[in-house]
Design a protein around this ligand. Sequence first.
Ligand code: URA
Length: 442
Amino acid sequence: MRAVDIITRKRDGYELSREEITNFLQGVVNGTIPDYQAAAWLMAVFLRGMTRRETVDLTLAMAHSGDILDLSDLIPYAVDKHSSGGVGDKTSLVVVPLVAACGVPLAKMSGRALGYSGGTLDKLEAIPGFRVALTGEEFRDLIRRNGIVLAGQSLSLAPADGKLYALRDVTGTVPSLPLIASSIMSKKIAAGANGILLDVKLGSGAFMKTLDEARALAQIMVQIGLDAGRDVTAVLSDMNQPLGEAIGNALEVEEAVHTLRGQGPADFTEHCLVAGSEMLRLAGQGARWTDDAENRALLAEKLRSGEAFEKFKLLASAQGGDTRVLDDTSLLPQAPIVVTYGAKQDGYLSKVDALQAAIAAFDLGAGREKKTDDLDLSVGIKVHVKQGDKVQAGQTLATFYANSAEKLASARVLMDDVFAYSPESVPELPLFYGVIRGSELS
Ligand code: URA
């Protein structure tokens, strides 16, 4: 089976067999298929798409291109979550300890910030000493002892995805639904997940700009789950405006701590309760945690009692983190310059643009362009308002946390495009647009 024949068949719109997909993937990983052929095949997939069967075969071939993490002796039914990436999305910092506090063991692997999306690992590193690079034995030991661990993804998991993603990034083939779906799902399957919550975000600050696109992606991933024997739930959530207030690493840890103590922003707290309830539902496998109202009451109690916060502290201390910064968040990395941004006029906010706010935070140094770039953990922005809020000229809409007057000046200019004003009242944005549960489709 020659690589060029597989490329040609896809180019001409034929459905590839499982064998063709698996052989091609193997060749890409072991280097017998050069990058130029892999890139040509990616473009053919981008243009022709993939059937449901092809997408599942691609996902499983990518998942099995490296090690499969097997924690089944420690966690008989592993629940995981994935966010498609957003602005101010610190959900994992809250829902992982929150759901673990309900007795569900959570062993999660996360990623780093890239472009305008934040990364859970970078946020955790705002806690001095926190180690995200764990050995396989440490990872297992922490889940055995504490029922919670959050670390970087091992390079030996789904190496085909790493290779293909790097090629997609430079060949204009990232925005392909089967390629995105198989990329995300292969990593979750390789990480040993049985039940997976996917937070598929949509809007200006998300990968998927429209509800239709987000729903299509979510449906493909839920279908992959059904065909691959995994229980997948996808929530479709808003990313037109930032989630919560904080954008930036230490600022987001601070907001996560407030939320874990029951004092977080209303939208972010609600987001965590919905995600947490869906994770409990997955963990319950139809036998328990099937009632959202009861799940929410349980989760709210874990916030109120401090158990979720204690679980977060346990996670941090077990991975070398200095938990004094969690008890007193003023000890987190602090930016030297803190100044506010005021409304330009009276009116109702008709836009609080997530992408534009992320660009401003990025300019302050909160994000990274290339994987190797450093980021400043202390800087960022808090956006205190939401679409639909009535504001008065001069009212504080946001606060900058900067490390240089020059960067602050440029962020200030960018910030003008975050907000738009209307004399008429403007509806609030919904937090969620829908839930797709694989268990209800099968
Ligand atoms: N996130 C992933 O992990 N892969 C993609 O292709 C896109 C977003």
